[in-house]
Design a protein around this ligand. Structure first.
Ligand code: SF4
Length: 327
């Protein structure tokens, strides 16, 4: 299990924190901290897909952005193939960056409407010094073909495409530099249900074809079940459960995981639910509850839960949970 970092891990994230200062007053002094990511530790083996799940605002997208250095970390460590990403700067960071890319949630907002497909997908090649226009075009045509788009689309603009096609363009742009790590941030949640499966299958195909490793961020557990090897659950900036996919879906441990699974629509109307779905809203990360931050919503909370933060512990091989019920 690679939740606990080992030296062999492809990506090791240790004690990662991202706190946003909330400023106020005339002097713009820091009045409080928004703890978006609060002491997150996990690792991913090469070729593996880790599904990072949780409700909106739990910190999963911020975690992805901090790992890729799109947002600066407050503290912690991110080792990518043994290189500490958080201390890289300048040319070293630029060179290392081509090895990791992001696929964004919204294919409408993430593509520049003034650029053609050829310019959008070929732009990273230009940024990394491929000067020959003919070579750039040949590589754009090759990656477009890989994602199922025709070379005749080269001179078209994003508005001329459907949502699914735009996400294919976004995937082509992310893969053109042949990265080894891809952070996919809710890559299908803005798409029609009818095309979600096609894009997920494309991501699986790309993983096999280009030997990719994915951090797959999503709130839809059915999508995560389809694509992931392991699952990590976040709640208010912390990982509360992590394990192999089958262990997580068949034998969830954390009360929050039980509630998330109960919220997945049941296709069989005659099957009786054995778990209760979530009630209430996620508390504000500006003032998280003391102790276990899930305790105001937890049906199994005890007095101790409001006092002490439970540590993430391995309960079965490769299956960890942060909950006092498993002390
Ligand atoms: Fe519920 Fe307590 Fe476990 Fe938190 S520590 S999930 S409140 S039982």
């Amino acid at each position: 299990m690679s939740l606990n970092p080992s030296n062999e891990a492809f990506l090791q994230v240790r004690n990662l924190k991202k706190h946003f200062p909330i400023r106020g007053g005339i002097l713009r002094r820091t009045k409080s901290l928004l703890r978006a990511v609060d002491d997150v530790t996990f690792s991913i083996a090469e070729g593996e897909t880790l599904g990072l799940v949780g409700e909106s605002g739990c910190g999963k997208s911020t975690t992805g952005r901090v790992i890729l250095r799109l947002t600066p970390a407050t503290s912690g460590s991110v080792l990518f193939r043994g290189v500490e990403l958080l201390s890289l700067g300048g040319e070293e960071l630029r060179k290392t960056r081509r090895g990791f890319q992001m696929i964004f949630q919204d294919p409408y907002a993430s593509l520049d409407p003034r650029m053609t497909v050829k310019e959008i997908v070929g732009e990273p090649l230009r940024a990394y010094g491929v000067r020959s226009a003919a070579e750039r075009e040949a590589r754009v045509v090759e990656i477009l073909d890989a994602v199922g788009l025709d070379a005749s689309y080269l001179k078209r603009y994003p508005f001329e495409f459907s949502g699914g096609q735009r996400q294919r363009i976004g995937i082509a742009r992310a893969l053109i530099l042949r990265p080894s790590l891809v952070v996919a941030d809710e890559p299908v949640s803005a798409l029609d249900v009818s095309v979600q499966a096609q894009v997920i299958n494309l991501l699986l195909e790309m993983r096999a074809r280009f030997s990719l490793t994915y951090l797959f961020i999503a709130h839809d557990l059915s999508v995560v079940r389809h694509i992931s090897d392991r699952v990590a659950v976040m709640y208010l900036g912390r990982i509360v459960e992590a394990g192999r996919k089958d262990d997580f879906f068949e034998r969830p441990l954390h009360p929050y995981s039980h509630a998330l699974l109960a919220s997945v629509p049941e296709p069989d109307p005659f099957r009786v639910r054995t778990r209760s779905p979530l009630s209430g809203d996620v508390p504000s990360p500006l003032s998280p509850p003391k102790g276990c931050s899930f305790h105001p919503r937890c049906p199994r909370a005890t007095e101790a839960c409001g006092v002490q933060i439970p540590a993430l512990k391995e309960i079965d091989e490769g299956h960890s949970v942060a909950c006092h019920l498993y002390a």
